[in-house]
Ligand binder design. Sequence first.
Ligand code: ZN
Length: 138
Amino acid sequence: MKSYRKELWFNIPARRAFINITPQVDECLKESGITDGLVLVNAMHITASVFINDDESGLHHDYEVWLEKLAPHEPVSQYRHNVGEDNADAHMKRQVMGREVVVAVTRGKLDFGTWEQIFYGEFDGRRKKRVLVKIIGD
Ligand code: ZN
């Protein structure tokens, strides 16, 4: 069995964003030489997510509105976590959108369902953050 590990770095200039990272994960898969196995992709920060869904701008806007209703950023004083920081909402948004995804690798390709793409969800940006890509298989 082969094993591959890589960190992808992001520095999102805004507080929040959704980035399609499927091309980078695909690049990792090619680099790994693995044609049959599993890919794990996880955020390495507790205020960011990795998730799978459609690359559709209306949906991403809807996520933003929905997450802001669930865990509004303002007023920051509503959260006990916000003592010396202001990112309690980002921890909650990350919890809802998830930490990681696992994708099957079949015949050298990411074995997606219809319209599936991998996204990095940033909820407290403006600093360097990492995503781990781990691939195992043959
Ligand atoms: Zn925090």
